[in-house]
Design a binder for this molecule. Structure first.
Ligand SMILES: Nc1ncnc2c1ncn2[C@@H]1O[C@H](COP(=O)(O)OP(=O)(O)OP(=O)(O)O)[C@@H](O)[C@H]1O
Ligand SMILES: [Mg+2]
Length: 303
């Protein structure tokens, strides 16, 4: 079990939907384990889906947002803006048991509800990274790790399955999510902008340069500077590929192949950025074996 961030630097690829599906299904199959979703996206789409979907979910979300104190991720962020460098250990008070609002969701699924206030808080969070103590950047970037630690402590459980839904853009709270995550799930769809976003993830998080002399992100450089661990790439998820009709099938296959080729190149040059296979499967040793692995995924999802 691990902490997974679901992120791609592109909107609409299914981050929230996959967060909802993965967390719910995992909770259903593991009724004796608590599962946690942290919604770090101001659109709060995964929260809305969990809380009942289009109408019910939005209604419940509004109810939660109207309460004082605010029982959402923004309530926790407010605590941290007031106490940026010393954890208030208040994380566990921002949990919502989803089944209270939506009885279709297993009892063991808990949520830190998303909140549009995150957008307004972002500049304050960023402001706390500088000035401040010498390692202010590092301390602020572990706020979500602190939140998770608070929850684990209150549940007296160290081994949790946690899903963090992220905003598409590389905002400060996306950075906080990535710092908290051990594994990264990258959904993509088969279009050119999704392909560019896959590249952007590699450069923004792992400092992968496509051209010599290209600047590297402050996030990558600071993570190196403070020796902070980055999430390992756990999985690229081709989402909604089945919606491609036969006329666009070859175009979509070309893009999927190109994305596969890029991932292979990164795998060659930066294998340390990837996670070990959880089932212990051996790593692909050639482009062909790698391609077979990604093709297999494509065929399965097109059935
Ligand atoms: N596999 C799928 N099957 C059916 N519908 C899907 C699937 N994946 C995503 N969707 C739908 O597509 C829309 C966009 O998905 P979603 O909101 O999850 O994307 P996102 O990456 O979280 O977007 P954003 O970047 O805006 O946060 C939603 O209406 C979602 O319900
Ligand atoms: Mg989303």
């Amino acid at each position: 079990m691990a902490t997974y961030a679901i992120w791609n630097n592109k909107g609409g690829v299914g981050k929230s939907y996959l967060t909802f599906q993965l967390a719910t299904e995992y909770a259903r199959q593991n009724g004796n384990k608590r599962v946690l979703v942290i919604d770090l996206c101001p659109q709060a789409n995964s929260s809305s889906m969990l809380l009942g979907g289009m109408f019910e979910g939005e209604k419940h979300l509004n109810e939660i947002h109207e309460k004082t104190p605010r029982n959402t991720i923004s309530g926790y962020m407010d605590d941290r803006i007031l106490s940026p460098y010393v954890s208030p250990n208040s994380g566990a008070s921002y949990l919502t048991k989803v089944a209270i609002y939506n009885d279709n969701i297993p009892d063991n699924l808990h949520l830190v509800v998303g909140d549009e206030l995150l957008e307004l808080q972002a500049s304050k969070v960023y402001g706390a990274t500088n000035p401040g103590p010498q390692d202010a950047w590092r301390i602020v970037h572990i706020w979500i790790r602190d939140l998770i630690a608070d929850i684990k402590k209150s549940w007296n459980q160290d081994d949790l399955c946690i899903f963090i839904d992220c905003n598409p853009s590389f905002t400060i709270y996306t950075e906080l999510a990535l710092t908290a995550a051990e594994r990264l799930l990258i959904p993509f769809s088969a279009d050119g902008s999704s392909q560019r976003a896959v590249r952007a993830v590699l450069s923004l998080v792992y400092g992968v340069r496509r051209h010599q002399g290209e600047p590297q992100s402050e996030f990558f450089l600071n993570s190196q500077r403070y020796r902070m661990s980055l999430p390992g790439i756990h999985m690229y998820i081709g989402n909604r590929l089945t919606q491609m009709n036969s006329s666009s099938a070859s175009a979509f296959k070309t893009i999927v192949n190109e994305i596969g080729d890029e991932i292979w190149d990164v795998w060659q040059s930066n294998p340390a950025s990837f996670c070990l296979h959880p089932a212990g499967a051996s790593t692909p040793g050639s482009r062909r074996a790698f391609k077979h692995m990604t093709d297999g995924g494509t065929k399965r999802s097109r059935r």
